[in-house]
Structure formats: structure tokens, C-alpha cells
Design a protein around this ligand. Structure first.
Ligand code: BGC
Length: 750
């Protein structure tokens, strides 16, 4: 891509464009229905295209549709400025991979990059130039349904994923063959809504914003991401679509980001509901904040012409903006839109990605990658030696998700097809060579109103009309006749997703009753949980001999699970979120700040904990996951225990696979700073590495540690924030998860 030439073209176009043409470029519309290859004439979208009032379109469903729209846009544009096309490609396009939260559980950046690369190639072959991914909102609250799309609770892991996804989507050049522009979203702290309610606001310490929620965006930008989407929520009282200090200030001012910022769906007009002023006022606030394109609301299109003529005097919003300044802001946004088009190669060739017969990637390869990704995403939480199963055993498969297709895709799989999913029943049959005995056992949920809500994007949940007692009796009989039962439980795909927050993130009641009934048979149970969030599994592990957290794994999700169950793949997933022990424990994460009265591991009055939560508070901590083998960690060693500020210290640990099967082990390093100026997390992830170990193999891993790892922000306000490091003692914790670690201490001098 020739950036310089792009820049010249942008300047030339800007010099020729009318105000109306510039405003038209800021309008981002949904493809909707009815305008394919120019056939429809009078749809609202067609009228806009004819009038040169559209900058980009998202949600086209085919190359033909994109071509038709481009044709029409070019005809309606005096200066022949092309559209670009975008889509929500969140975890695969046609080939649906495991949910992002599931892929995060792989901790395998090469794999994540490969899935993003495949998705980009499929999207690009359909004439898409930009995808609304990666979603990199750190999420610590299992009530929030969009945890499904998130990279989990930890900023270090999320940052690595942001970079891997960006590399996979864009390669070296977002305009290159088979590549698309990444769009980091949702900027920022969308994953920290009050009470876990989607769209709700985030009030947090600026330190937390700087250390937890912003770093993944910095990583995505550093990896080259060329666009960003704003979040619906407010951060510390200022809605993100009007957050000039964070968008123009931090994002553009401090990370070096020079790409395009788009609104979220009607996010600009929603500023009025947030209480930020009249429709015209909020348009100006969004534009000034640095939102370059207006998705769907058409509020820029409606209000900017008058604002550009007369400016705005809105004392109630503390705004007095002369017309000249409005025109300068419109120019700024338009130049960014055109700059983005130049980067995508569209100003050189408006038909880029739209002509010829673009080579779509091989779907069989994609399916194999999806299957591998599913196996690597599932997390083995418990195994009393039941797994892997002998394909010859008398196995029953019971549960409402045993034969499911559609829910396996997971949320935000807008271009996926349920028909492409191989259900667990078929996947197990294919490996064992004969079908397992089967009964559904119960309905996924029991409430009719809930079924309606879960079916909002198409029917994925149906009701078995039989009485529950009859279904349970059938399942019990099937279980009694089997040597072992695999129980497929969990959530529907729209249980977790946008606007799908749950008060009580646990297994639905009929499924818990089924589990009780099956446990009472005495037949050993292997429970597989298919879900879009970190469900509280209290009571489940006590009723089964093996527990596999399988998430919603995409088109080959159940096949990946079957591979694990029968030992054709080795479990290596590690939790990217802490599983709450009880729903009321959310939000929860491994990196909580210590209190003056820390939890002691058992109930003692006047301690930080819950009166009514008995037992282990964190049975399944962040980073946790089992293998079919044992990996021994020797005590970690440091090359020095006293270091100067510029020194690099080597932290080494030797691992030995002492079991009979191969392992993929994820070694995790956590840091705590027990004596600091402010309260620091009890521990937080600072490094990890994944290593393959053959049976009997030992390997030494070395981590280079610098004092910069112990830096943290002090931020009475965003503007006065500074990063500091306290000289003195720090502790590094090394182990297979955030709990089962061994410490080493060192002193870092000033
Ligand atoms: C979501 C975004 C998505 C957009 C376009 C919004 O409702 O919050 O994540 O990219 O719709 O589909």
C-alpha cells in the first residue's frame, strides 16, 4: 500500500468536496434487506446511495450484494468515492470457530491468529474490507452476556489476544489479499457495567481503567489495528461516545493510533438518553470526541449541515462552538474516513476485493482448524480417571444439548449455519463406531417467556412437551443401562450475548434436577458444559467424576469435545476467567485487591467473604485446567535476588511430564507487590508460555523479567496519571494456574 499516494488523494478529494459530500462520508449504514445488485430502487439505503450520502455499509450477506451496492454508490458520488464494507466477524465468518472466550481458554496465540486469519480470508472473499473484531473488553462479571465475546478477565492475556487477532485479520497490510481491517471494540470498559447489566455504565478508579481496560487496546494498536469502535457505556460519568479525553486524548494522543473511530449502533443518538443534551448537541459532542462515523443513527447526516452553518450555543451542556470549528471537525472526521479508504486501497481501486472471483479459503481446512480450536479451548476441570473413555465402553449420552446444532455456534455468529454443526451425538458415534444410548433428560430451560427470549435471533430452543418426570425417568433408565454417562448441559447461544445479562449465571434448574437424578443412579458421569460465560458450577463437580468446560465451540465444537472424550486430543485449555463458586460471587477475578481482613480459606466472622458460601471459594481459579498427564514444576529460580532498575533477571523453571501422555502446558507467572504506595492486586498475570512435553520429557523455561513489570499507574485523574514503580520487594509466583504457584522473591532497587 502506498500511504503517501493515499495521503495525496485524500487531500485532493478534500479540496474538491462539498460540505454535504463530506458529511455523507460520515454516514455508516446497515445493508438491511432489499438492495441486491441494484434491483431495489426506493429503499432508504438506495436513496442515500443515489444522493452520495453513505460512507460505508455493514452487514452485506454476499459478494453480489456488495458489488451492487458499490455500483450504486459510485453512480451516486460526484467524485466517485467508493464505499467500504464491514461485518461482524467475531469468531469466524462462514466457518464458525469457538467463542472468543473459548479461544482465550486455549492460551494459544498462534492458534488464535490462525482462526482470525481464516476468518479474514473468508470475509475478504465476500467483498468485506473491515470486520468488527477483535472484541477485547476485559470481563470479570459472569452476569454480563458479552463475556462470550471477550478475552476474559485478565489484561495481559487480553492484550496478547488483541495483538494475535489483529495480526491474523490484517497480516502486514489490511488491504492485502485475504486480509481485512481490524476494529478494536468496544472502547472502553464496556466489560465493567454496573451489576453486569449490558450497556450499563462503568464507574471505576482511573488506575483500573489504565491498568485493566485500556492495555488490550494499546496492544491492538501496537499490532497495527486501523480502526476502533466506541462503547455504549459511560466511563466515570462521561459516555464513551462523547469521551474526548479518552478517544482524542488517550487513544490518539498516547497510543499513536491514527485510524478510524466508528460509533456503535445508534451510539451517538443514545447520548441524549444518557442525558448529554439535545440531538444536535450530542452530535457535536460525539464529533468533537473523535467519533468519525455514525453507525445507523444518521444523526450526523441530520444535524451536521445546520451545525456547520450556525455553530452551536448550548450553555446547558457547557458548549459554545462556532460554525468554523464545526466545519473543521467535519473535515477532520472526513479526512479520517478517506484515509481509511486509502489504507484499504479503495481510493486507488474502488473495486478492490469486489471484482473477479476471489479465492475463498478451503472450507475443509477451516473445519479442521475449528475442530482443533474446539479441543484446545475446552477446559478439563475434574477427572477422577474416567477420561479418556474407551470407545468400546457402553456409553450413554444424555442432556438437552446432546444433539444440538444451533446453540453450539454461540452468539454473534451472524454468518454461521446450524447445518454446519456436527452434534455431539454424531461426533461420538463417528469415533466410537456405534451410537451412544441417548435421552434428552430435560428441557434446556423451563420458562416459556425465556424460551421466547432465547429464540430472538431464530429458533434454537424448542420444548419437549413431555412432563419432566417422564423425561427424567427415561434418562435414568438409559443411565442405569450404561457403564458411563456423558451429560451435555449448559446454555443456549442467546443466553450469553448482547443484551443477555443473567441475574443468576448458573445451570438452569431443569438441568440441575437432571444431574441430581443421574447422579443418584450411581453410574459414573462425565459432564460437558456448553456455555457462553463462566457459569457458577456449585454442586456440579460433586455429582460427576469428570467435568469438561466446553463453551460454545462453533461448527466443530462437539467434534473437538468428542476428540477429548475419547482421547484423540489432549486437554490443554486453561480458564481465562475465574469460575464463580456461586452466582452471587460475581464479579470475581484472580487479581483482586487485598483487604485488611483477607479471606482465610474457611468461614471466620469479620473476614472478607460470604456468610452463605460454604466450601472452596475458588474451586476453579483463573488459569486452571487439567491434562490427561501430570506435569511437575520444580521450584522456580532467579538469576539474582537483588537487581538494579535496568537489570534483567532470569526466572527459570523446569517442568517434567511425569505421566503417560503428551502435554501442552501453559506456564504462568504472576507478580505481587506487597509494599506499595497504593493497594496493588494480590497477584496478577505478567507472563505465560505454552510448551509441548512428550511423556517423560523435561524442559527448562526461562522468563526474562524487567523492573517495568512492576510499574503501575497513580491516577487521581486521567490527565494527571503517571506510571510509577516502588523500589523494594516483589514476589513472583510460578505455576500451572493462578492458585497453585510457588513464590520467589527479589528486591528491585530504585
Ligand atoms: C454491537 C457491536 C456490533 C454492532 C454492529 C452493536 O449492537 O454492540 O458489537 O459490532 O452492533 O452489528
Amino acid at each position: 500500500m502506498d500511504r503517501r499516494r493515499g495521503g495525496e488523494t485524500v487531500d485532493r478529494l478534500m479540496a474538491q468536496m462539498t460540505l454535504a459530500e463530506k458529511i455523507g462520508q460520515l454516514n455508516l449504514l446497515a445493508a438491511g434487506e432489499g438492495l441486491v445488485t441494484g434491483a431495489a430502487t426506493a429503499t432508504p439505503l438506495a436513496k442515500r446511495l443515489d444522493a452520495g450520502q453513505v460512507g460505508a455499509i455493514f452487514g452485506t450477506k454476499s459478494l453480489a450484494s456488495a458489488r451492487g451496492l458499490q455500483d450504486r454508490a459510485l453512480a451516486g458520488s460526484r467524485l466517485k468515492i467508493p464505499l467500504f464494507f464491514a461485518e461482524d466477524v467475531i469468531h469466524g465468518h462462514r466457518t464458525v470457530f469457538p467463542l472468543p472466550i473459548a479461544l482465550a481458554a486455549s492460551w494459544d496465540m498462534a492458534l488464535i491468529e490462525a482462526t482470525a486469519g481464516f476468518a479474514a480470508a473468508e470475509a475478504s472473499a465476500e467483498g468485506l474490507h473491515q470486520v468488527y473484531a477483535p472484541m477485547i473488553d476485559v470481563s470479570r462479571d459472569a452476569r454480563w452476556g458479552r463475556m462470550a465475546e471477550s478475552p476474559g478477565e485478565d489484561p495481559h492475556l487480553a492484550g496478547a489476544i488483541a495483538a494475535a487477532m489483529t495480526r491474523g485479520l490484517q497480516g502486514d497490510d489490511p488491504a492485502g489479499p485475504g486480509r481485512v481491517a481490524a476494529c478494536l471494540k468496544h472502547f472502553v470498559a464496556y466489560g465493567a457495567p454496573l451489576s453486569g447489566r449490558d450497556y450499563d455504565n462503568a464507574s471505576l478508579a482511573w488506575e483500573d481503567l489504565l491498568e485493566i481496560y485500556l492495555p488490550p487496546f494499546a496492544q491492538g494498536v501496537a499490532a497495527g489495528a486501523v480502526s476502533v469502535m466506541a462503547a455504549f457505556n459511560a466511563v466515570n460519568k462521561l459516555p464513551m461516545h462523547a469521551h474526548e479525553p479518552l478517544i482524542e486524548g488517550w487513544l490518539r494522543g498516547q497510543t499513536g493510533f491514527d485510524g478510524l473511530v466508528v460509533s456503535d449502533y445508534t451510539g451517538i443518538r443514545e447520548l441524549t438518553a444518557h442525558g448529554l443534551g439535545s440531538p444536535a448537541t450530542v452530535v457535536l459532542r460525539a464529533l468533537a470526541a473523535g467519533i468519525d462515523m455514525d453507525m445507523v443513527g444518521e444523526d450526523y447526516l441530520t444535524h451536521l449541515p445546520a451545525l456547520a452553518e450556525a455553530g452551536l450555543d448550548a450553555p446547558e451542556a457547557g458548549l459554545s462552538v462556532p460554525a468554523e470549528r464545526v466545519r473543521a471537525l467535519i473535515d477532520r472526521a472526513c479526512a479520517r474516513v478517506l484515509g481509511f479508504k486509502a489504507r484499504l486501497g479503495l481510493l486507488d481501486d474502488p473495486w478492490r476485493k469486489l471484482t473477479g472471483t476471489p479465492a475463498a479459503p478451503d472450507r475443509a481446512e477451516g473445519r479442521a482448524l475449528a475442530r482443533k480450536a474446539a479441543a484446545r479451548s475446552a477446559v478439563l476441570l475434574k477427572n477422577d480417571g474416567l477420561l479418556p473413555l474407551d470407545p468400546g465402553a457402553r456409553v450413554a449420552l444424555i442432556g438437552p444439548l446432546a444433539r444440538d446444532r444451533a446453540n453450539m455456534l454461540g452468539t454473534w455468529a451472524v454468518s454461521g449455519r446450524a447445518a454446519d454443526v456436527t452434534p455431539l451425538f454424531e461426533a461420538m458415534t463417528a469415533i466410537a463406531g456405534h451410537p451412544p444410548a441417548h435421552a434428552p433428560g430435560c428441557n434446556l430451560v423451563e420458562e416459556d417467556w425465556l424460551i421466547d427470549r432465547l429464540n430472538v435471533h431464530g429458533v434454537t430452543v424448542t420444548r419437549d412437551p413431555r412432563p419432566e418426570a417422564e423425561m427424567l425417568a427415561e434418562a435414568v433408565a438409559v443411565a442405569q443401562a450404561a457403564d458411563i454417562v456423558v451429560v451435555a448441559l449448559g446454555e443456549a447461544k442467546e443466553h450469553a450475548g448482547e443484551s443477555s445479562s443473567r441475574l443468576c449465571p448458573d445451570l438452569p434448574a431443569p438441568q440441575r434436577r437432571l444431574l441430581d437424578a443421574l447422579a443418584a443412579t450411581g453410574t459414573p458421569l462425565v459432564v460437558a458444559v456448553f456455555a457462553g460465560r463462566a457459569l457458577a458450577l456449585g454442586g456440579v463437580d460433586g455429582r460427576c467424576g469428570a467435568l469438561l468446560y466446553a463453551w460454545h465451540g462453533g461448527i466443530a465444537g462437539p467434534e473437538g469435545v468428542a476428540d477429548l472424550i475419547f482421547g484423540r486430543a489432549e486437554p490443554s485449555g486453561r480458564l481465562p476467567v475465574t469460575l464463580p463458586a456461586a452466582p452471587g460471587q460475581t464479579p470475581v477475578c484472580h487479581a483482586e485487591d487485598p483487604t485488611g481482613r483477607p479471606w482465610t480459606g474457611r468461614f471466620v466472622k469479620f473476614r472478607t467473604g460470604w456468610l452463605d458460601l460454604s466450601g472452596d471459594r475458588q474451586p476453579y481459579p483463573f488459569g486452571f485446567g487439567l491434562s490427561y498427564t501430570e506435569v511437575d514444576y520444580a521450584p522456580p529460580r532467579l538469576s539474582a535476588t537483588d537487581a538494579g532498575p535496568e537489570d534483567r533477571v532470569r526466572l527459570s523453571v523446569t517442568l517434567t511430564n511425569t505421566g503417560p501422555r503428551p502435554a501442552t502446558e501453559t506456564v504462568q507467572v504472576y507478580l505481587s507487590d506487597p509494599e506499595a504506595r497504593i493497594t496493588r492486586p494480590a497477584r496478577h498475570l505478567v507472563a505465560f508460555r505454552q510448551v509441548d512435553l512428550a511423556p517423560g520429557e523435561a524442559r527448562e523455561l526461562v522468563f526474562e523479567i524487567g523492573a517495568d513489570l512492576a510499574r503501575y499507574p497513580l491516577a487521581p485523574s486521567l490527565e494527571t496519571a503517571r506510571w510509577v514503580r516502588d523500589p523494594g520487594r516483589i514476589v513472583l509466583h510460578v505455576g500451572p494456574n493462578s492458585r497453585d504457584t510457588r513464590p520467589v522473591e527479589l528486591t528491585w532497587r530504585a
